[in-house]
Design a protein around this ligand. Structure first.
Ligand SMILES: [Fe+2]
Ligand SMILES: [Fe+2]
Length: 295
């Protein structure tokens, strides 16, 4: 049953439809140092939905731009290639799983809210490090995307696993391994590789529960691991005290805590308190972004 399930999930992920041609084209252009702003505009302009999303996000408090951006050419100039690519990828991932809403509204709403808050937390942590804030945001937004691929493949069976184990993700991981011999971080890694996502994002998603094993830079996977934890505390219905949070952090493996420290992400009470407060402010200020990406 176990290896059969993992084979079913892998087969399903390997046959997932490719991303829309516009999205692939935007990824190619933004990855090519020879591309011009005109190339990027030519790729974006035919897609009305992407244009509207870009303009709405560019004009939100999310980027804190000093002036209104009224056209795509201005958005390309002001935001830059990486920011545009990250917004486009976030929307593309969202769209790919839109059909799941029909039968799993509650689970999916909870999934995207947790992911969105994780994205905001990752953006805050990235701003203190050498990671682009929009890359941190998008990595956080899609960090658990493997769960949606598993839900697509296993339907109500997997919905029960989520209902039973969340919000404690280490329980979800253990249950996934026990029942299906594969967990959502591996499934997400496989899916994003298939979609030819930039390797930094593929690694951040694939190693967000074990950043110490990432073969390249461990900074973004570590940021996502901590942002994930901050999101769980933020979304928790029962208020969790800072002492409790600090105690939970102390329960992580010593090598994980050492890695966070090495990456400049010291999870002491003072930093956790500050990040939580900043996250609360950001969640209030930026709460319209999720509906812009999902519309
Ligand atoms: Fe996860
Ligand atoms: Fe998560």
């Amino acid at each position: 049953m176990t290896s059969n399930s993992s084979r079913t999930i892998i087969a399903q992920v390997d046959s997932f439809p490719a991303l829309p041609a516009t999205v692939s084209r935007i990824m190619d252009i933004t990855a090519d140092p020879e591309s011009s702003a005109q190339d990027l505009m030519n790729a974006i302009l035919p897609d009305q939905s992407i244009c509207v999303t870009l303009l709405k996000i560019a004009n939100s408090a999310f980027f804190g731009l000093p002036r209104q951006v009224s056209s795509i050419d201005k958005a390309v100039m002001v935001l830059g290639f990486d920011e545009i690519r990250n917004i486009v990828l976030g929307k593309a991932v969202f769209n790919s799983f839109h059909d799941l809403y029909r039968n799993n509204k509650q689970v999916i709403d909870h999934f995207w809210y947790h992911s969105f808050i994780c994205g905001l937390a990752a953006k805050l942590l990235s701003e203190e490090h050498t990671v682009s804030p929009s890359e941190g945001f998008i990595a956080g937004l899609i960090h658990d995307i493997g769960k949606l691929a598993m839900l697509m493949s296993l339907n109500s069976d997997y919905a029960h696993v989520l209902e039973e184990t969340e919000p404690l993700e280490f329980r979800t991981l253990l249950k996934e391994q026990e029942l299906y011999a594969i967990s959502h971080d591996d499934v997400g890694y496989r899916l994003l590789k298939r979609w030819l996502f930039p390797i930094e994002l593929v690694n951040a998603i694939g190693y967000h529960h074990r950043p110490q094993e990432c073969p390249d830079s461990k900074l973004l996977p570590s940021i996502i691991q901590i942002a994930d934890m901050l999101s769980i505390f933020h979304c928790s219905e029962d208020a969790v005290s800072m002492q409790e949070i600090t105690r939970i952090v102390d329960d992580f493996f010593p090598e994980t805590r050492a890695l966070w420290r090495e990456c400049g992400l010291e999870c002491n009470e003072e930093n956790l308190q500050r990040w939580s407060e900043e996250l609360t402010i950001s969640a209030q200020r930026d709460n319209g972004i999720l509906s812009i990406i999902s519309s």
